[in-house]
Design a protein around this ligand. Sequence first.
Ligand code: PLP
Length: 407
Amino acid sequence: MTHPGYDVDRIRWHFPALREGAAHFDGPGGSQVPDTVATAVVETLTSAISNRGTVTPAERRADRIVVEAREAMADLLAMDPRGIVFGRSATELTFHLARTLSKDWGPGDEVVVSRLDHDANIRPWVLAAEAVGATVRWADFDPATGELPPEAFAAVVTDRTRLVAVTAASNLIGTRPDLPAIAEIAHAAGALVWVDGVHATAHVLTDVPESGADFWVCSPYKFLGPHLGVLAASPELLESLHPDKLLPSSDAVPERYELGTLPYELLAGTTAAVDFLADLALTDPSLPRRERLVASFAALEEHEDGLLATLEQRLRAIPGLTAYSNAKHRTPTLLVTVEGRDPQELRAALAERGVNAPAGHFYAWDCSHHLGLGATGGLRMGLAPYTNADDIDRLATGLEEICGGER
Ligand SMILES: Cc1ncc(COP(=O)(O)O)c(C=O)c1O
């Protein structure tokens, strides 16, 4: 049953892109954007704006936009706004911080990465470790179940481990590892925990302190916002580190980590995206935004889980179909292959029916290889806040027809 406050028709009405008619299952690559986000971007670009400051209205506007965006992301992640860093993308922020953190690593030190992860949470650590002669250790998931249990980390974390990098959810198969248990293992060994929250933040309520993460990265364009990246950490931790920066640029936290001028229009769009998420399930508008986010994510999970159950039931009945998304806790993101069919061929046949579901490895390079799917990967279908029952039916019917399955 759908949550009473969750009206998918009302939500869809806010997405001009949906009027083009496609059923979008490409959300894990980047969601569609509500009108309120687009308006915030346009209004920023068409208002007087200059660099942050206190003298002119244009300076004050830029400053207000930055402050508001930090507050919005802090609400979304249950963090302190002083620990919110904006950057070009999650990938760029991870490379930036990998360079920063590895300044005091050396031979004998170890970093742990997982084969479940997107390459954005593997390669920056591998390259940083290589550059300083540190060792990389791998935590493996079980390809049959899709599970990445804490024991996989316990097996490779040692007292030499400096950092454990792990995803909050796989963008390929949806698995959500038990972050608090993994963080406990890492912290007991004195290691920091870096969590890639890019895929998870779009689907489940994020509480960074509760997850045990020391660092959390995410990307607003995956949760109805514009294309940029966000890093969250405690201000105290950020104070203790010294990233490469220009000499005259601010040494304050979090500005110390932000290279160049911030994209004010995208920050305004990010605030609008968080506000939109907070009102997915209409609650009392006078409640604090974090409380509305908590209620909205509960409703969103219910909405997405309900649709996912219907979709899975139909897909798993298709002859020759293998589903790789099998973990107990996972996001509504399915990866499948069909015997004798190239995933790209399936994708193209669905596209002819107005169903957008891409195929490939989606940069989860090691994950795809560990699943035995190599560089080909599979067909990926991701649900989003605007997905409705009609979308699900179009996708399932399309695949049934393409694969010759029966209803
Ligand atoms: C799980 C995951 N991590 C990282 C990334 C990279 O994010 P960005 O494009 O912000 O660098 C993606 C993008 O698809 C992703 O899905």
